[in-house]
Design a protein around this ligand. Structure first.
Ligand code: ADP
Ligand code: GLC
Length: 474
């Protein structure tokens, strides 16, 4: 099949979270299965600065944006996985420091930026050869594409993947003319949601198929608790909704061949994990130590349950436990984390910022990964942590529930620690269990072995997507 993916992130060129990792890995896994896959993204500044051999095509596309006609030059490149890339050049929209806005905020013209991108995508699809049969769209920035495909009766089938229901692309109704859609699209049966334009809702209503990134999250989002206001809209369309678990990209995330670690290790030869722990200690200014090390690698947003980490900090630090945090996002949360390291410099280290190399060392050098997310569509960090023998302590929700086997002392099995309610009490209890396992070398070893041997391959996900595409083309 011929597939065109459209999204706003792609590792390692433009990344704020797991979406970027999915866009790097899934097209490559589909190509392995014999499909032709290309991706289209905005030509963000970070892509222009980091993607080698970017070249202009002779294609310039123009689309209406409200009362003006706006053009974009199309550039072409290849990812490090040899996936063909189309990039939409529009300097005034995309040549900026951040993808979506400065930390904790949005650019005020995001409606124009991403409506424009969503208009260009189907227009470009008409020029791409081989001609795509399926447009596979990701998250709200491409949410209007299915509405444009429908209104213009274009010959593409659309698949839309919800990576995160909390980000919907909500804009006031006065922006509707910017879509240039027929006026009846601005109605409760269309893209309107409480007098606003809702790009995610547009996708839910108009895409041929909807997926999300774990089976558990596919169920959860149909409930008021997790539905972010759209539960009813989703429930009415459950016939076209499915959950397909993400994979982990072991070509980038495997301690047996990770160039960012001091020495390789694996399930069959785990000894050198300790060297990563020592290197990590040195890097944050500590002497090597023998006590449980917890880490947090995360966007600092409400979703990730960061206040819970602050609340259990005392429990983590008991019996010599230490915490290293890598994250950026909400300035208030950043400040509270900085306060913690000011209070406890010998047991808490915090690095604010986005640092891929440090993320690798942190995963390898830690004993436990904290993921108290209030909701988690899939979560990739825990998948990587498992392969690095770093046991996740996580809220039992979404993809965390689908990928972590809770520790069962009776059977001496499990790959992590799950707690049911997102409360400091339940989280502390899970931390205590983890520390008990840490004190029991045989149990710790058994858990690490099981975790490192778990396989979350992209091949399996790619096979599921392939089945879905086939239903649509046949
Ligand atoms: P989400 O997409 O919700 O942020 P995921 O767990 O799916 O969560 O993916 C997060 C990805 O972003 C992982 O690859 C993780 O290593 C990475 N990441 C998050 N924060 C940082 C950071 N501050 N520095 C480096 N990598 C980070
Ligand atoms: C989103 C979700 C995360 C998921 C990622 C990739 O950012 O928050 O859970 O793993 O997308 O699908």
């Amino acid at each position: 099949m011929n597939l065109l993916f459209a999204a706003t992130e792609l590792s390692p060129y433009a990344k704020t979270g797991g979406l970027a990792d999915v866009l790097a890995a899934l097209p490559a896994a589909l190509r392995q299965r014999g499909h032709s896959v290309a991706c289209v993204l905005p030509l963000f500044r970070s892509i222009r600065e980091t993607l080698p051999e970017l070249r202009p095509t002779d294609l310039t596309l123009s689309v209406p944006l409200g009362t003006s006609l706006q053009s974009a030059r199309i550039w072409e490149g290849r990812t490090d996985r040899e996936i063909r890339l189309f990039l939409v050049e529009k300097e005034e929209f995309f040549d900026r420091t951040y993808l979506y806005g400065p930390p904790g905020g949005d650019y005020t013209d995001n409606a124009s930026r991403f409506f424009f991108f969503s208009k260009i995508v189907p227009r470009l699809a008409r020029h791409v050869r081989p001609k795509p049969e399926i447009l596979h769209l990701h998250d709200w920035h491409t949410g209007l594409v299915p509405a444009f495909v429908r209104s213009e009766r274009l010959p593409f089938r659309t698949v839309f993947t919800i990576h995160n229901l909390a980000y919907q692309g909500n804009f006031w109704g006065l922006d509707f003319p910017l879509t240039n859609l027929p006026t009846d699209y601005f109605s409760p049966a269309g893209i309107e949601f409480h007098q606003h334009i809702n790009c995610l809702k547009a996708a839910i209503v108009f895409a041929d198929r909807l997926t999300t990134v774990s089976p558990r999250y596919a169920e959860e989002i149909q409930t008021p608790e997790f539905g972010c206001g759209l539960a009813e809209v989703l429930r009415e369309r459950r016939y076209k909704l499915s959950g397909i678990l993400n994979g982990a990209d072991y070509s980038r995330w495997d301690p047996a061949r990770d160039p960012l670690l001091p020495a390789p290790y694996s399930a069959s030869s785990p000894g050198a994990k300790q060297l990563s722990k020592d290197r990590l200690a040195k890097q944050v200014g500590w002497e090597p130590f023998r006590a449980p090390l917890f880490c947090l690698i995360s966007r600092l947003t409400e979703q990730k349950g960061i206040p819970l980490v602050l609340e259990v900090a005392d429990e983590l630090r008991k019996e010599g436990g230490r915490l290293v945090v890598l994250g950026e996002g909400d300035p208030g949360l950043e400040e509270r984390l900085r306060d913690l390291t000011r209070l406890f410099p010998k047991s808490v280290a915090v690095q604010i910022g986005f640092d891929e190399a440090f993320a690798h060392l942190l995963l390898a050098g830690s004993d436990f990964l904290l993921m108290p997310s209030l909701f988690e569509p899939c979560g990739l960090t825990q998948l990587y942590a498992l392969r690095y023998g770093t046991l996740p302590i996580a809220h039992e929700t979404g993809g965390l529930a689908d990928t972590i086997v809770p520790w069962d002392p009776a059977e001496a099995r499990g790959t992590g620690f799950l707690f049911q309610a997102p409360t400091a009490g339940a989280f502390s209890e899970a931390v205590r269990k983890a520390k008990a396992v840490y004190q029991n070398p045989a149990a710790l070893q058994a858990m690490r072995q099981e975790a490192m041997r778990r396989e979350f391959s992209w091949e399996q996900s790619a096979e599921s997507y392939e089945k879905l595409y086939r239903q649509l083309v046949e």
